[in-house]
Design a binder for this molecule. Structure first.
Ligand SMILES: Cc1ncc(COP(=O)(O)O)c(C=O)c1O
Length: 362
């Protein structure tokens, strides 16, 4: 295999991935939780299989196209579509997968419920449903325990749907790990109130699905959870390292790029712009568009599609024309989605390609 693929490309350190996966697997084992990693981060069948081989009970996916790819793993793989489906054609595509996979969907509307039930009726299949409760992110999810009960009861009346449980996503929690307690307590109370309402109404469910990378190792504080869905934890990125949710040496994916210009004083330009690094928002703000490895004072200040401008004025040593530099992206998930293949780096430094089968399945 080529030891020197052209830039820009994404290089992934296999040992770091293994460490990240093993740590999460050990944590969930210790706390009696199930792990259902979000495959939108890596979009790779091989990496999904690795997660499953380490004990994950199934996968989370965001889109029907991703479900179609991951259903190819076979063996009745358990897939949770963490995304509402209200389009009949998409619902039809999803239920087709029921032959080779267990399909569950998180929803927050009667329209999604009706659409999925109608699709399941057309194929004679069954779908599992999780009712999405908003626990503070205010993106999707029902606004109250009462509203979640109402939808759960509605789902329960549909012959082709099975009410599997409750779904939530704590995407708003970006506090340092040790400061998450109060927010998690509030969420625990909300989950408990919801489940109590369901119990009183005679609804019996087996799944309470939550989790994210920033809250991964605090998940046991939400005692109602049966499973968690971190995605980013496999690679990590500037968001997770700068947030303190992992160490910088837990970042497994870097964009490798080349300095193509140093003509403008005080800066170098690399061949990775927004079409590689993406212009995804950074948490916390002000740190630029990625972390340049080996040059702590370099700042990726501007991105155009194919150019990344790096301010080197503060650097004691600086990257030079023709040099390859490695940048940890702010947010790895959309970066992976821009690659047909990435390069896996083995412990001996050798590289081999990894196809991103679900790339572009949005
Ligand atoms: C619904 C849902 N669940 C789980 C995740 C995974 O969270 P993280 O990216 O923090 O690992 C995401 C990420 O966007 C999500 O949207």
């Amino acid at each position: 295999m080529s030891e020197h693929p052209p830039t820009p490309h994404i290089e992934i350190d296999e040992q770091r991935i293994e460490r990240n996966l093993a740590r999460a697997a050990e944590y969930v084992r210790h706390h009696g939780l199930n792990l259902r990693p979000h495959a939108k981060t890596h979009k790779s069948i091989a990496l999904a299989q690795r997660q499953l081989s380490l004990g994950s009970i199934g996968l989370t996916i965001a889109k029907v196209g991703e479900a179609e790819v991951m259903a190819g793993i076979g063996d009745d793989i358990d897939l949770l579509l963490a995304y509402p489906v209200v389009d009949p054609d998409l619902a039809d595509r999803l239920v087709q997968l029921s032959d080779s996979a267990v399909i569950r969907v998180a929803i927050d509307s009667t329209l999604a419920c009706d659409t999925l039930n109608a699709a399941a009726q057309r194929t004679g299949s069954h779908l599992g449903i999780l009712v999405d409760l908003d626990i503070g992110m205010h993106r999707t999810g029902l606004p109250s325990p009462e509203a979640a009960l109402k939808l759960a009861q509605y789902v329960d009346q549909h012959s082709k749907l099975r009410l599997d449980g409750l779904f939530c996503y704590p995407g708003q929690i970006i506090a340092p790990i040790n400061d998450q307690g109060a927010e998690l307590d509030t969420i625990a109370a909300l989950l408990e109130e919801t489940l109590e309402l369901w119990r009183k109404a005679g609804l019996c469910v087996s799944v309470v699905s939550g989790g994210s990378t920033p809250t991964l190792y605090q998940s046991h504080l939400l005692q109602q959870l049966t499973e968690i869905r971190p995605g980013t934890y496999i690679f990590n990125d500037v968001n997770t390292a700068a947030g303190g949710y992992c160490g910088w040496d837990d970042c497994a994916a870097v964009v490798v790029c080349t300095v193509v210009s140093e003509a403008v004083q005080g800066q170098v330009v690399v061949d990775a712009g927004s079409k590689t690094l993406t212009s995804d928002r950074l948490i916390p703000p002000g740190a630029g568009h990625g972390n340049v490895q080996g040059y702590p004072l370099a700042r990726v200040t501007e991105l155009s599609e194919e150019h990344g401008q790096i301010d080197i004025r503060q650097c004691e040593t600086r990257p030079v024309l023709g040099e390859r530099v490695r940048i940890i992206p702010n947010h790895i998930c959309p970066c992976i989605n821009l690659q047909d293949q990435v390069w896996l780096k083995n412990s001996d430094g050798s590289l081999r390609p990894l196809i991103i089968e679900a790339r572009g399945k949005v």
